[in-house]
Design a protein around this ligand. Structure first.
Ligand code: NBP
Length: 502
């Protein structure tokens, strides 16, 4: 067992899945870490199971001893259940800390909570970093994507550790780098960690990441559903299609694991594994937060919202089974070329993905105005290139787009994305129309297409809508032949007006 130093470089509270893995990642990079967990036995067994890390792990049974075991300014990562438990841990720490000590919340906190906590702690002369940590268990252990926000001076103290433990990507290609063997530290490369902005900016960007992840996962499910229910392919056959797609434009972690999942058989029945999994999806709320935030800020982000609603719809299983016996759909069968349709599904998935990301970046653009942040969108896409669930080759195209034009109004307007959609849109439309004709639900593919068509339409039918509002509620309207911001109202003629029945 290596000799421990009198003081640790950093501390961590919360030794569940994320905390244990992040602590080991930190210790593997030569930093000594003190750990504390509310349930002491968890801490005891964690320390006993990991006696030989390069940096060393110091287990603490009492929170007071834990705090005293840290170098100043103390850096304490909290990785407990988001919400009340995070506040409870912060409240316990406050009287034990000294001026300028730093609390880092690595949980999936709501960004508004992070803004509140940072403000409260600042008033107490303590510093707070709200850091998104993405990549789940494996990312935390071997290289997550890290999205820190909060006090920039405080982040300077954390940065050497965050840079060391983060996933790394190649500076030129943006490709994720791997160690000499699985899990071995990566040499060189750009860390998937960068200061995002003040107060809640890091957690906000992590929330958008999760919202985008909801969209990506639902789109992949729709592609699978079309190959299964329109083309009649088996799960392993569909898995092979995804494996092929993973070598091209769609190369990404989620496509890769989908290929694996679809080719996995159930150890009990021997059937394709996906066939024994119940079709009801759970969620932890970050997709909902993203959608609610889009509604609150008035930013169109229908694709993520549809992905959240699709999970809700999946959850009413009993109702769907009953409805399926009553509500009939079309009985049309696919008679086209299967290979061409698989190619079309690929294109529909790629185009929908572009729209979903365009919406996510528009949300971040609006949020930076609302909260007075200055977000570096190209850098955010680069952080997401490695370590996290949405890591994908495609993200480099987003980094490139924002490098070309940092103030790009919408990703769709970037020449690469514009050209890609130009080339692929007839396939995308074919998939949406075929699915509609065949009665297969494709909420994200179709909402993304409507978003694309709506965004490129100079004159939408909301002229009529505004006239309706003026008619029944005197809500006024603007005129095409007068400057914006001047509002008018028509005195709708009483005699011709349909009477509301009370
Ligand atoms: P959980 O979210 O399941 O939380 C369990 C931990 O919280 C345990 O250490 C538990 O201590 C501690 N805890 C609770 Br619950 N209430 C507490 C309280 N009042 N005071 C002190 N400690 C308390 O753990 P996780 O899945 O490792 O996730 C940790 C954070 O990371 C969460 O915010 C999560 O949303 C986020 N996150 C998770 C993932 C993932 O893939 N799991 C990915 C990215 C981010 P105990 O042992 O005494 O019960």
């Amino acid at each position: 067992m290596p000799k421990l130093k009198p003081k640790s470089d950093i501390g961590l509270i919360g030794l569940a899945v994320m905390g244990q893995n992040l602590a080991l990642n930190i210790a593997d990079h030569g930093f000594q870490i003190s750990v504390y967990n509310r349930t002491t036995e968890t801490m005891d067994s964690f320390v006993a199971e990991n006696p030989n890390t390069p940096g060393g792990v110091l287990g603490c049974k009492q929170i007071k001893n834990f705090v005293q075991s840290l170098k100043r300014p103390r850096k304490i990562i909290i990785l407990v259940k988001a919400g009340g438990p995070t506040d409870a841990v912060i409240d316990t720490l406050i009287p034990l800390l000294d001026k300028n000590d730093i609390i880092i919340d690595g949980g999936n906190a709501k960004w508004t909570d992070t803004i509140r906590r940072e403000k409260d702690l600042k008033a107490k002369k303590l510093r707070f970093v709200g850091s998104g940590v993405s990549g789940g268990e494996e990312g935390a252990r071997f290289g997550p994507a890290l999205m820190p926000g909060g006090d920039p001076a405080a982040y300077k103290h954390l940065q050497p550790i965050w840079d060391a433990i983060a996933a790394k990507v190649d500076a030129k290609t943006g490709r994720p780098l791997e160690g000499a063997e699985p899990g071995a530290p990566v040499k060189g490369g750009v860390p998937c960690a960068a200061y995002i902005g003040p107060n809640g900016a890091g957690h906000y960007v992590k929330m958008i990441h999760n919202g985008i992840e909801y969209g990506d996962m639902q789109m992949i499910c729709e592609a699978y559903d079309l190959m299964q229910n329109v083309l009649g392919l088996t799960a392993p056959e569909i898995g092979k299609v995804f494996a092929r797609w993973n070598k091209g434009q769609l190369d990404s972690f989620l496509i890769e694991i989908t290929a694996d999942i679809l080719q996995q058989s159930d150890p009990i029945t021997g059937k394709p594994f996906v066939e024994v999994v119940l079709d009801t999806a759970g969620q932890k709320g970050t997709g909902k937060w993203t959608s609610v935030n889009a509604l609150d800020m008035g930013v169109p982000a229908p694709t993520v919202a549809e992905a959240v609603f699709a999970r809700f719809l999946s959850a009413v299983k009993t109702e769907r089974v009953a409805a399926g016996k009553i509500l009939k759909g079309p009985s049309k069968r696919f008679s086209g070329n299967k290979t061409a349709f698989i190619r079309a599904i690929h294109d529909a998935l790629y185009c929908s993905k572009i729209c979903s990301y365009a919406q996510g970046f528009q949300l971040m653009r609006e949020a930076q105005n609302e909260y007075n942040w200055e977000l570096n969108f190209g850098q955010i896409a680069q952080i997401w290139r490695g370590g996290c669930i949405i890591r994908a080759v495609f993200l480099q195209k987003i980094t490139d787009a924002f490098k070309r034009k940092p103030k790009l109004a919408n990703l769709l307007l970037d020449p690469y994305f514009n050209k890609t959609i130009q080339k692929a849109q007839s396939n995308w439309r074919k998939v949406v129309s075929t699915a509609t004709e065949q009665g297969v639900a494709i909420p994200t593919f179709s909402s993304a297409l409507s978003y694309y068509d709506g965004y490129r339409t100079a004159r939408l039918p909301q002229n009529l809508l505004q006239a309706q509002r003026d008619y029944f509620g005197a809500h006024t309207y603007e005129r095409v032949d007068k400057p914006r911001g001047k509002f008018f109202h028509i005195d709708w003629p009483e005699k011709d007006r349909p009477q509301l029945k009370v």
